[in-house]
Design a protein around this ligand. Structure first.
Ligand SMILES: Cc1cc2nc3c(=O)[nH]c(=O)nc-3n(C[C@H](O)[C@H](O)[C@H](O)COP(=O)(O)OP(=O)(O)OC[C@H]3O[C@@H](n4cnc5c(N)ncnc54)[C@H](O)[C@@H]3O)c2cc1C
Length: 453
């Protein structure tokens, strides 16, 4: 059987690897439009800095990436313990988020009425909707202050999204299910903690999981997969259209060549899949085009350590809620999170700009962008110096937005796909935006293909 995969991000690469591992009697080819594979995973290693253009790491609360790393003989590194300390920008100052629920309740992170509102969540009756925006769900359950100070910046941190549009059901399914299954969030947490205690397991207070990466950055994972797949990977090969020929698929490339396969997997962003399928299935193409990808720009700045005298950067970083009306979404203190991110004596900071609500800032010219970020950092962490190292990574279409109704969109996409035997879609546009999701979905899809074809 001949299998073609279009798209060489982690979804396409891990799928090719897993197909190969499960059955090596098939011909598997992967085509990537860029000159290198990896997609949103790219680590730039220059001047002694190791800086992530996109993906920063993966959490260990799900096994997919850890398991794959082990199979590939890669040694993941755990983020430093001090990276558990996180800040939120409130009224123009960085405020530490108390880690434990009890210390949170006794801190002044929320006003007294905000804390009372939060506790009252326990008594609020469930009102489960088929879907709802993250903002409407959070304000209804825990109050506006908790939403604005904590959950709104989280929506920026994970999706660079707009919580008034993001779907609670598709983006934070576990939280949605707490209300559905237990009648409320606090009730749900308490029940789960009880169940875990019975099984002798520990309960995490926060979103759970510790961030991991690799000594030389996330691209290490891509390099190993690329090496294993060898001649099966073709770069600088942009697919432009897909046709069906009785039982097989034909992919046409921008250099005039084509490839015919029995099974075709599009592991490209939904907007690219939409273009590829325009002639084959207009309805499917239209649904795919509804998944939005706002722009996001990563600004990495390297400073001398002495530029920070008197400033404590021994933490993960900070996020900025929308109500602060600032021009950045947040900054990660990269050198405090993982070792070897900067040469001896230097500090690396990575700031995110743009996203669904602040698109215009992501698109600023380079000089302007650098000035905007520096002026925010000067204000928020009293930084006075100019950077010695500057790298700007632009993602015109960054993270797919699972907006309200995303589950219905998926139902429609799946329904139309059943009419195209042997055609599959995978990638972070559908069922989870994280690297862990992409790899777990590749594992499932590889098993399904091997079983059914
Ligand atoms: C700035 C940023 C930071 C992120 N940080 C994290 C993080 O810390 N942790 C985390 O878990 N997730 C993070 N993510 C999410 C991350 O993007 C995904 O988890 C994952 O990398 C997506 O992989 P993918 O293979 O599905 O898609 P992509 O990485 O987008 O790969 C798709 C590939 O398809 C190729 N392609 C597109 N069209 C064609 C065509 N016509 N022909 C051939 N090839 C084509 C593209 O060039 C690309 O290489 C981040 C995303 C961004 C943008």
């Amino acid at each position: 059987m001949k299998i073609d995969i279009i798209g060489g991000g982690i979804s396409g690469l891990s799928l090719a690897y897993m197909l190969l591992a499960k059955a090596n009697n098939h011909t598997i080819n992967l085509y990537e439009s860029d000159e290198k594979v990896g997609g949103k995973i790219w680590t730039e290693r220059s001047e002694g800095f190791v800086t992530e253009a996109g993906v920063n790491g993966f959490l260990d609360n799900r096994p997919a990436t850890l398991t794959l790393s082990k199979e590939l003989n890669l040694q993941p590194i755990r983020s430093n313990d001090n990276a558990r300390k996180r800040f939120i920008c409130l009224d123009g100052k960085l405020k530490e988020i108390p880690e434990k629920p009890l210390s949170f309740m006794f801190s002044d992170f929320l006003s007294i009425s905000g804390r009372i509102n939060m506790v009252l969540e326990y008594f609020r009756p469930p009102n489960v909707k088929e879907d709802e925006s993250m903002e409407s769900f959070a304000v209804r359950r825990v109050g506006r202050e908790f939403f604005e100070k904590l959950l709104d910046p989280m929506a920026s941190g994970v999706y660079a999204g707009d919580p008034a549009k993001l779907s609670i059901r598709s983006c934070f399914a576990k939280v949605y299910e707490l209300e559905k299954n237990y009648g409320g969030l606090i009730k749900g947490f308490l029940n789960i903690a009880k169940e875990k205690k019975k099984l002798g397991q520990k309960t995490e207070a926060g979103p759970g999981g510790t961030l991991h990466s690799f000594d030389r950055g996330m691209y290490s994972l891509i390099e190993v997969l690329r090496q294993i797949l060898g001649e099966r990977v073709f770069t600088n090969k942009k697919a432009v259209s897909v046709e069906k020929k009785s039982e097989s698929y034909i992919v046409n490339f921008d250099d005039g060549s084509m490839s015919e396969s029995d099974v075709l997997i599009l592991a490209v962003p939904a907007h690219n899949a939409s273009i590829l399928l325009k002639d084959l299935d207009k309805g499917l193409s239209d649904y795919l085009n509804q998944i939005q990808y706002p722009p996001l720009t990563v600004v990495s700045l390297g400073f001398k350590n002495r530029d920070f005298s008197g400033i404590d950067l021994n933490a993960f970083g900070f996020l900025v809620p929308a109500r602060e009306s600032r021009k950045i979404l947040g900054t990660l203190f990269d050198t405090s999170i993982f070792p070897n991110r900067a040469p001896e004596g230097y500090t690396l900071l990575r700031t995110m700009v743009g996203g669904a609500r602040f698109k215009e800032f992501a698109l600023l010219e380079e000089d302007k962008l650098r000035e905007v970020v520096l002026s925010e950092l000067r204000d928020l962490i009293s930084l006075r110096a100019d950077p010695h190292y500057v790298r700007i990574f632009r993602w015109q279409k960054a993270i797919p937005q699972y907006n309200v109704g995303h589950h219905l969109l998926l139902e429609n996409i799946d329904r139309l796909l059943t009419q195209h035997k042997g055609l599959f879609l995978t990638g972070n546009a559908y069922r989870g935006v994280a690297v862990n999701d992409c790899i777990a979905n590749s594992e499932k899809l590889a098993s399904q293909i091997i079983r059914d074809f």
